[in-house]
Write a protein that binds this ligand. Structure first.
Ligand SMILES: COc1ccc(/C=N/Nc2[nH]nc(C)c2C(=O)Nc2cccc(NC(C)=O)c2)cc1
Length: 275
């Protein structure tokens, strides 16, 4: 990363955007240039207790080299005695999760607009041998004009021979090969794209159960139930994404030319931008 040493006094602190897993995020303005960005402040002691320094280093190394319209930029980072700071791209409309909660579920036009951009972001990451591995509405940020930004690369891995890690938080997005602790590759993100698409259209992930044993079971059996209000094209793509066998899952290039994407593309420009 460029040598320029940043420090907290280089920034005017704006509103607190929210609390991430290991730190707080603020909207800030860089004093000299007036540039608006997001500053993620992570307490060093906390990082130590949670033993996530490795994850933090990984987040920096991976995201610093990521340059794609659908991936949130990490411009730089710096530290002082108490904290480490990530200087991140600012996405105006925040977590997609909030919009999904508000709307309950998305129609085909909005869902396909977002799924196409997530697929493009994943294609780019996979082309750089980065597997995201933690795709979920909370990790997707919205910018003007319904622009999607994949964020939170703390769980991503560089090498294709991805190490199996225990997932904190939701199990809903785990594919069978992770549930059965087999080795896994980029196709874990294709499975997660299927979960995300189902959640956009139905308002909840497909294998959600009140306890994790049940969720595991339903994932391992790909016990998929698609409500009949889901359009046939959408149902077809969901089934092609949520294939048990990773090698049988549709690839991300074919997602972008699937009828559900092509038939809705012309109406993306008419989508109201989230206020
Ligand atoms: C509470 O309403 C909100 C509306 C918009 C935002 C915008 N966040 N934008 C961001 N740009 N770059 C980064 C990194 C972020 C970010 O982390 N936002 C964030 C962090 C933690 C929680 C939330 N919460 C929500 C609702 O978006 C957003 C944040 C909060």
């Amino acid at each position: 990363l460029p040598a320029k040493d940043w420090q907290i006094s280089d920034f005017e602190m704006g509103r607190k955007l929210g609390k991430g897993k290991f730190g707080k995020v603020y909207c800030v303005r860089e004093k000299r240039s007036g540039f608006i960005c997001a500053l993620k402040v992570m307490n060093k002691k906390e990082l130590m207790t949670y033993k996530v320094e490795k994850q933090f280093v990984r987040e920096i190394l991976l995201q610093a080299n990521v340059r794609h319209i659908n991936c949130l930029r990490l411009y730089n980072w710096f530290e002082d005695d108490q904290n480490v700071y990530l200087i991140l791209e600012y996405a105006n409309d925040g977590e997609l999760y909030q919009l999904l909660k508000k709307e309950r579920r998305f129609g085909d036009v909005r869902a396909s607009c977002y799924i196409a951009q997530v697929a493009k972001g994943l294609l780019y990451l996979h082309s750089k041998n980065i597997i995201h591995r933690d795709l979920k509405p909370e990790n997707i940020l919205l910018h003007f004009d319904n622009q999607i930004k994949l964020s939170d690369f703390g769980w991503s891995v560089y090498s294709p021979g991805a190490r199996r890690t225990t997932m904190c938080g939701t199990l809903d997005y785990l594919p069978p090969e992770m549930v059965e602790a087999k080795n896994h590759g980029k196709t874990v993100d294709v499975w997660a794209l299927g979960i995300l698409m189902y959640e956009f259209l139905v308002g909840r992930p497909p294998f959600e159960e009140e306890n994790s044993k049940m969720t595991y079971k339903r994932i391992a059996n790909v016990d998929l139930r698609i409500p009949n209000y889901v359009s046939p094209d959408a149902a077809d793509l969901i089934k092609r994404l949520l294939r048990y066998d990773p090698d049988k899952r549709i690839n991300l290039h074919d997602v972008l030319v699937h009828p559900w994407i092509l038939n809705n593309k012309s109406r993306w420009k008419d989508l109201p931008t989230t206020i």
